[in-house]
Design a protein around this ligand. Structure first.
Ligand code: PGA
Length: 222
């Protein structure tokens, strides 16, 4: 099966013009594009992904975006629990669990990010995050979740986790779940295939997804 490639643009690029240009150059890859909220309505694709959501349907939650709002724009996926949200915005496993449940009540597909910080034991962190984030989710709903294993120390640092090492975490996830599992963390075109070769179902690409040629190569190489 073709690996699933996801581009996480994070808070980039700075203008709608640049976002459209980037999108038009990379859309032929068929990758899922996680664009900032304000660009989602401008990009026409069945493979659009939001980078976050809120679990309530509407109400006094200044600054938040509901799943219905995303659905109304034709968004098909949403990233939940990215480490940048866990670290900078103090998202807890309890909040992530609520976001997952709210997403699974719609037809959007959640991409749940998990992974250890530097010095932490990957296996223990994966176990704890999966237990807490997936708490109370039915087996049927569980199957719709895409898991992204992203060691926090590898994100945006250039210090990727070697595929042979990442495979150990993949195995500890697959011991518990039958879901699609992606690798993320400083992916580039030279190493992209290594993760697919060790059994990952795809990649979550941050920095390199903003570089057109490099992103196209990542897609071609897998
Ligand atoms: P990176 O980001 O590829 O820049 O390390 C990955 C991510 O944050 O999803």
């Amino acid at each position: 099966m073709k690996p699933l490639i996801i581009a996480n643009w994070k808070m980039n690029p700075s203008t709608i013009k640049e976002a459209k240009e980037l999108f038009n150059k990379v859309k032929k890859t068929g990758a899922i594009i996680c664009a900032p909220f304000t660009y989602l309505s401008e990009l026409k694709s069945d493979n659009l992904c939001a980078q976050n959501c809120y679990w309530e349907a509407s109400g006094p939650y200044t600054g938040e975006i509901s799943l219905d709002m995303l659905k109304d724009l034709g968004v098909a996926y949403v990233i939940i629990g990215h480490s940048e949200r866990r670290v900078h915005f103090k998202e807890t496993d309890e909040m992530i669990n609520k976001k997952l449940k709210a997403t699974l009540a719609t037809d959007l597909r959640p991409i749940l990010c998990i992974g250890e910080k530097k010095g932490e034991d990957a296996k223990e962190v994966i176990k704890k995050q999966l237990e807490q984030d997936l708490n109370g989710i039915s087996k049927k709903d569980l199957d719709r979740i895409i898991i992204a294993y992203e060691p926090v120390w590898a994100i945006g640092t250039g210090d990727f986790c070697e595929a042979s090492k990442a495979k150990e975490s993949l195995e500890s996830i697959k011991e518990k779940l039958n879901n699609k599992v992606l690798y993320g963390g400083s992916v580039n075109s030279k190493i992209s295939k290594d993760y697919i070769d060790v059994g990952f179902d795809g990649l979550l690409v941050g920095g390199a997804s903003l570089k057109v040629d490099e992103f196209i190569k990542i897609n071609q190489n897998v």
